[in-house]
Ligand binder design. Structure first.
Ligand SMILES: C[S@@+](CC[C@H](N)C(=O)[O-])C[C@H]1O[C@@H](n2cnc3c(N)ncnc32)[C@H](O)[C@@H]1O
Length: 270
């Protein structure tokens, strides 16, 4: 299992990193960067994080057995490779305060509960009372290790998040997996980043969707002084950002035009 958390990803940044200003050394720098990344990954394969990976796999196997998900709606829940990523990241970083946007079947929420370090877990979900939301809440409550720490906030995240922000809430880990239109994801990130603690992480699922990739490309090109992208497994369509803790010093009218990265898998990228 690869170590997946904690290193800059850098798959979107090539076009913006200035490499193109030095055409002759660019390929060497790029090769060096991939060598460093590969060495880090190889080291992990040889066992440095095997305890975390083993624990994550154990939790996932248990959740697979106990989480009730309608067969015809499995795609709604985080897929298993993303669950492994979430669990490994959580076991490594030990977040205390977690925000989740989108309950679904409560698969990811159950995983977060099973980390064993969470003292506050806020879940925002628009579909109050739907069969899925009811079962999702049951799933999470059944696995909860910190029941008092669980808080379900029912409603549209674009209405709930401003209230959380206004009340001064802060989170070490945020999972954005609610509405998937561009404006939903942008607004969710807009508030999530304001509530992130220094070194806090924001995850966004479904990077295969142009809407989500557009937000990711904007962060990469317009917020790189504050947010760095973390490494995710090559095949995964989840992305992770770490807040560097630096103040937002952009000018009032700052906007860096950007291209939206295509959906090529990591190993195909130059
Ligand atoms: C893909 S599912 C989340 C799956 C969950 N991460 C899991 O692993 O089980 C997305 C959820 O977000 C909810 N949702 C969609 N738009 C929302 C919004 N604007 N505010 C809050 N929740 C929203 C949907 O009702 C759905 O339950």
């Amino acid at each position: 299992m690869l170590r997946v958390a904690g290193r800059p990803q850098g798959d979107l940044e090539d076009r913006h990193s200035g490499f193109c200003a030095f055409p002759r050394i660019a390929p060497r720098l790029r090769a060096l960067r991939y060598l460093v990344q590969h060495l880090a990954m190889t080291q992990d394969k040889h066992g440095c994080h095997s305890d975390i990976s083993a624990r994550a796999a154990e939790i996932l196997a248990d959740l697979r057995r106990h989480t009730v998900i309608a067969e015809d709606d499995r795609v709604t829940a985080l897929d298993e490779s993303h669950m492994m990523y979430l669990l490994e990241l959580g076991l490594e970083r030990r977040p205390a305060r977690v925000l989740e946007i989108g309950l679904g079947w409560g698969f990811s929420a159950s995983a977060i509960q099973r980390l064993g370090c969470v003292t506050s877990h806020v879940i925002v979900e628009i579909e109050q009372g739907s069969p899925r939301a009811l079962q999702g809440e049951r799933n999470v409550r059944a696995t909860a290790t910190a029941r008092d720490a669980l808080q379900f906030l029912w409603g549209d995240s674009s209405v709930i998040l401003p209230g959380l922000y206004a009340s001064g809430q802060q989170f070490d880990l945020t999972l954005i997996d609610g509405g998937h239109r561009f404006d939903d994801v942008f607004v969710d990130f807009h508030f999530s980043r304001r509530m992130a603690t220094a070194r806090g992480v924001v995850l966004m699922d479904d990077m295969w969707m142009p809407s989500v990739r557009t937000v990711a490309s904007w962060i990469e090109t317009n917020l790189s002084a504050q947010w760095t992208r973390l490494r995710t497994p090559p095949e995964a369509s989840i992305c992770a950002w770490e807040y560097l803790g630096t103040a937002d010093r952009r000018s009032w009218d700052q906007f860096t035009p950007f291209e939206v990265a295509t959906c090529r898998p990591m190993q195909d990228r130059d």
